[in-house]
Design a binder for this molecule. Structure first.
Ligand code: OSB
Ligand code: MG
Length: 367
């Protein structure tokens, strides 16, 4: 496929309410979209990280620079989606930036042959059960009221963000108030192995899992923690490749994996992680990073693969934004529907692009 133009569009979209985690508070989705124009079709993608390196080491400014100076030059003037990873392999790290590039190229490629990304990835269903990730709140009554609202909307599973000082009590309150719902927690690396006895207190609440309690490079710590708590350990930040997944499974560092395509370099590697997990009987689910519709569409397609047996962080557009940049994704009977159009199956709405774009840069233009 011949690439004619690569554009990077900075966008800033207000969130409906602040989203607080153990690493910070977000009030806007502040990121960029990539648009790759080829000789046969154009493709879109979204960079998943934020302006500051708090969830992971990547951030908007660094991703823009690495795409401009190191990644885009390696895939122009001609590339296929399958070649993006090998061609950019020499550039260390920057998987979220690489994921954005690979996804835009893949979208263009699939659109040019009329194939939806779900069909390409091996989706076996047209709708997936949706969970919702609930941020850290100022008080337990505020948390209960938010969870009540999400359950009333039909979400199939609740995930509570936790940190030291906001863990056992909020979990107890939600369990007591709502009974037998699917409930799990996410610590985003906020604990150490010295907290094992404290985390064991979560065992009485029958959680589906505890996500990423320890630092991302601490697989051994997670394996040791897993011997001391009954709640299954799920890894998010620690898993950046299929090899990581195989290692974590071999070390008994996790019993569940959160797959975020962006964190692992794109949908092709995400599908390989799925395959490794399925081969080992490890359940997976699709994570999210407050994506706009541009990132949400393909995440839903991935989540329709057979190994995704737990509800994902794939919520409706209105859980995040009063106005999404694409047609809004809606929750129906607790499910989200996989887009059926070619490629990622969604397009930014021109009027919304205009409203939310703060700057546009051309990274490549055929002369
Ligand atoms: O750790 O899963 C996470 C959001 C941003 C960055 C990291 C995470 C999250 C979420 C929200 O938990 C998931 C979503 O609804 O997109
Ligand atoms: Mg997480």
């Amino acid at each position: 496929m011949k690439i004619e133009r690569v554009e990077l569009l900075h966008v800033a979209i207000p969130l409906v309410s602040p989203f607080r985690t153990s690493f910070g508070t977000m009030t806007t989705k502040d990121t960029f979209l990539l648009r790759v124009v080829t000789d046969s079709a154009q493709g879109w993608s979204e960079f998943a990280a934020d302006p500051a390196p708090l969830y992971c080491s990547e951030f908007v400014g660094a991703a823009e620079l690495v795409l401009d100076q190191h990644l885009v030059p390696r895939v122009t003037p001609e590339v296929t989606a399958a070649e993006v990873q090998p061609r950019t392999h020499a550039i260390k790290g920057h998987k979220l930036a690489k994921a954005a590039l690979e996804t835009a190229v893949l979208d263009a490629e699939l659109r040019s042959c009329g194939m939806p990304i779900g069909a390409f990835l091996g989706a076996t269903t047209d709708r997936v059960p949706a969970g919702v990730s609930v941020g850290i709140k100022n008080s337990i009554p505020e948390l209960i009221s938010d969870v009540e609202g999400y359950l009333a909307e039909g979400y199939a599973r609740i995930k509570l963000k936790i940190e030291p000082g906001w863990d056992v009590e909020p979990v107890r309150a939600v369990r007591e108030r709502f009974g037998d719902i699917l409930l799990q927690v996410d610590a985003n690396t906020a604990y150490t192995l010295a907290d094992a006895e404290h985390l064991r207190r979560l065992d009485e609440f029958d959680l589906l899992l505890i996500e990423q309690p320890l630092e991302e490079d601490d697989l051994r710590g997670h394996a040791l923690l897993a011997q001391r708590v009954r709640t299954p350990i799920c890894l998010d930040e620690s898993i950046t490749s299929a090899r990581d997944a195989a290692t974590a499974i071999a070390l008994d560092a996790c019993r569940v994996i959160n797959i975020k395509p962006a964190r692992v370099g794109g949908y092709l590697e995400a599908r390989r992680i799925h395959d490794v997990a399925v081969a080992h009987g490890i359940p997976v689910w699709c994570g999210g990073m407050l994506e706009t519709g541009v990132g949400r569409g393909p995440n839903l397609a991935l989540a329709a693969s057979p190994g995704f047996v737990l509800p994902g962080d794939v919520s409706a557009s209105r859980r995040y934004f009063a106005q999404d940049i694409t047609e809004p994704f809606e929750l129906r009977d607790g499910f989200m529907h996989v887009p059926t159009g070619p490629g990622i199956g969604v397009d930014p709405i021109p009027e919304m692009l205009k409203r939310f774009t703060t700057a546009t840069r051309v990274l490549y233009a055929k002369d």
